[in-house]
Design a binder for this molecule. Structure first.
Ligand code: CAO
Length: 427
């Protein structure tokens, strides 16, 4: 046995090349073609082999180091019959080496490398990281670029060598088996905010965490478009005051808006539909189960009123109050949360003008309403102060187009100003 120090071979014109992988460790028995380290220049990745058969004493470099030709990187105990073995193996693997060489050349050519020296590095065919992974530099580079763990790849090449095609197949199968839901990550980068001042951490509740994921999933999966408009609410507010006085009840404008909107949905059935799971059909519903977004201390929750089309404004008002109270006390039933066909999110008691409500799938649309505001408008007879309701209709552009949406918002404006319709729907 002889102790040998192995140096980085000629790297062509490449200098100060970075070590990006160390594939062996002290004590490993290595063959002459076994990769010991992988280097990456700005042109190509290259594996540096042991070039002798023996037992690793130490690796003289670590990941992140930069090396040049002639730097020592490996101390190895070489067996005396190593030279003989090298010759035999060289002849046996000649065909395979040719293939790998062309892989290296193809890679450097495609990257328009003028660094012909890189092609001189003998390509390697054996173990990496003690896991019996056989792959050439181009394949390893591709795997690194895609973040693929080579130990997960089924090799199809000679001597269990991983080919580029194996990586392509792996990526294809991952893409086809990964559901849309899991194809993006719910994550944030780690940042130490305490570097800039005192902070405190509060845990999100289970409900908040699931709500966060649902909102994110909807936003990522549904191409949202939001149509904004202002509807004249003056007539509705006058009728409301009169009817509430007459019937000695207190009813929020929201119940009126909910009723009129639900009725109009029968003229715009696409807004009250769902896409089927294969995106091949649209399912039109002959009922309106109206979701109402409720703000609770735990976050937003959207119970729904079933068959709103059969209910009066007074009944809808009582349902909204009951559901809002149950939501705030966390006493909603499962059924209250299932089966909605369209939703309204009202910030009417609070303020603001326009916003972008996020659709609750499998619904395809949601109407946001904000606090009505006064503005002076001009008529033929002169100027008049009127109350306007800001509305924001978010819709799934896969199911609904812009013309349809704006026809709906325009007709909603007309319906909300129709005193006969409002009176008829009251009780
Ligand atoms: N314009 C002007 N005033 C309005 C209004 C509107 N569009 N809508 C309601 N109001 C007024 C009512 O007149 C009433 O005021 P008065 O008591 O002075 O008459 C008051 O607001 C009633 O508000 P409310 O909130 O108690 O009742 P509501 O039926 O209007 O709303 C509910 C119920 C559950 C929808 C609401 O409490 C709520 O939780 N809203 C938040 C929804 C939300 O967070 N959406 C998410 C936005 S995006 O994340």
């Amino acid at each position: 046995m002889t102790k040998k120090i192995i140096n980085i071979p000629d790297l062509g014109e490449a200098e100060d090349v970075e070590v990006i992988e160390v594939c062996a460790k002290a004590g490993d028995q290595v063959n002459y073609e076994d990769p010991i380290i992988v280097l990456e220049s700005d042109k190509a990745a290259m594996e540096i082999p042991a070039s002798v058969i023996g037992k690793v004493i130490s690796i003289e470099v670590t990941v992140g180091d930069t090396v040049s030709a002639g730097s020592p990187f490996l101390q190895i105990e070489v067996s005396d019959d190593a030279v003989q073995q090298v010759n035999e193996d060289s002849l046996e693997d000649q065909g395979e080496k040719n293939q790998i060489e062309s892989e290296t050349i193809e890679q450097t050519e495609s990257e328009q490398s003028s660094n012909v020296g890189i092609q001189k590095i003998p390509p390697i065919t054996t173990k990496a990281s003690n896991k019996n992974i056989y792959a050439g530099p181009a394949v390893r580079k591709l795997a690194r670029e895609f973040g693929i763990d080579l130990s997960l790849i089924q090799p199809s090449g000679p001597k269990n060598r991983i080919q580029k095609e194996d990586l392509h197949g792996f990526v294809k199968s991952r893409l086809s088996t990964t559901s849309h839901r899991n194809s993006f990550e719910f994550s944030q980068p780690y940042i130490d905010y305490s570097k800039w001042g005192p902070v405190k951490e509060e845990k999100l509740s289970k409900f908040m965490k699931s709500s966060l994921k649902n909102l994110h999933t909807s936003w990522i999966n549904i191409p949202h478009v939001t149509q904004h408009d202002e509807c004249d609410l003056s007539t509705l507010l006058e009728v409301r005051t009169r009817l509430c006085k007459k019937h000695k009840v207190k009813i929020s404008p929201l119940a009126f808006i909910a009723k009129i909107t639900s009725q109009l949905l029968f003229d715009f059935p696409l807004l009250n539909s769902s896409l089927d799971q294969n995106l091949e059909k649209i399912i039109l519903k002959d009922y309106v189960n109206l979701g109402i977004a409720v703000d609770t201390s735990e976050g937003l929750i959207v119970p729904n009123i079933k068959n709103v089309q059969l209910k009066s404004i007074v009944e809808i008002s009582s349902d909204i109050n009951a559901l809002a109270e149950a939501a705030k006390k966390r006493k909603l039933k499962i059924d209250d949360l299932k089966g909605a066909s369209f939703s309204i999110s009202s910030l009417g008691a609070i303020g603001g003008r326009f916003f972008t409500p996020i659709i609750n799938p499998p619904e395809v649309a949601i109407l946001g309403v904000s606090k009505s505001f006064e503005k002076v408008v001009s008529f033929k007879a002169g100027f008049e102060g009127r109350s306007f309701l800001p509305i924001s209709l978010s819709y799934d552009h896969r199911a609904i187009n812009g013309v349809y949406a704006v026809q709906f918002t325009s007709q909603l404006g007309e319906a909300l100003a129709d005193n006969k319709l409002i009176e008829k729907s009251f009780k």
